[in-house]
Design a protein around this ligand. Structure first.
Ligand SMILES: [Zn+2]
Ligand SMILES: [Zn+2]
Length: 109
C-alpha cells in the first residue's frame, strides 16, 4: 500500500474467524484470527527491548477468536481474545503491514 490513506480503515468488522478490514487505500481482507493473535505486539507477547517473541505459537489454539474490538484513539485497535488476552494494541500502521489481501500477498511473494 503506497497511498497516504493506507493507514485509514473505512470499516472494521469482527467475525468469528477473524477481523474484516477495509482500508481507504482500497485494500480489503479478512485477517485470520490465529495469525492476528500471533502478531500481538504487547509486552507479554513480545520482549519490549529486543523485539524477541515471547509468545509460544503452540499455546494459541485454532479455536482462537476475537471477542471484542475497541478503537484506541485514532491510531489503533485493542482486541479482546477468547483466551482472555486483551493487552495488545494493533496500530493501523501495523495492521496495514499485515494486510493479507491478494494484492499484498502477491507483492510479498
Ligand atoms: Zn499480547
Ligand atoms: Zn492489501
Amino acid at each position: 500500500m503506497k497511498s497516504p490513506s493506507r493507514f485509514i480503515p473505512l470499516r472494521i468488522e469482527r467475525q468469528e474467524d477473524g477481523l474484516w478490514i477495509e482500508w481507504a487505500a482500497g485494500h480489503r481482507a479478512l485477517y485470520p484470527s490465529r495469525s492476528l493473535r500471533l502478531a500481538c505486539p504487547c509486552a507479554v507477547c513480545v520482549e519490549e527491548m529486543t523485539g524477541r517473541p515471547l509468545l509460544d505459537p503452540g499455546a494459541i489454539p485454532d479455536s482462537i477468536q476475537p471477542m471484542q474490538i475497541r478503537l484506541v484513539g485514532n491510531y489503533g485497535l485493542r482486541v479482546t481474545w477468547n483466551d482472555g488476552h486483551d493487552t495488545g494494541i494493533f496500530t493501523f500502521q501495523a495492521l496495514a503491514g499485515l494486510c493479507p489481501c491478494d494484492q499484498c500477498r502477491l507483492a510479498q511473494s
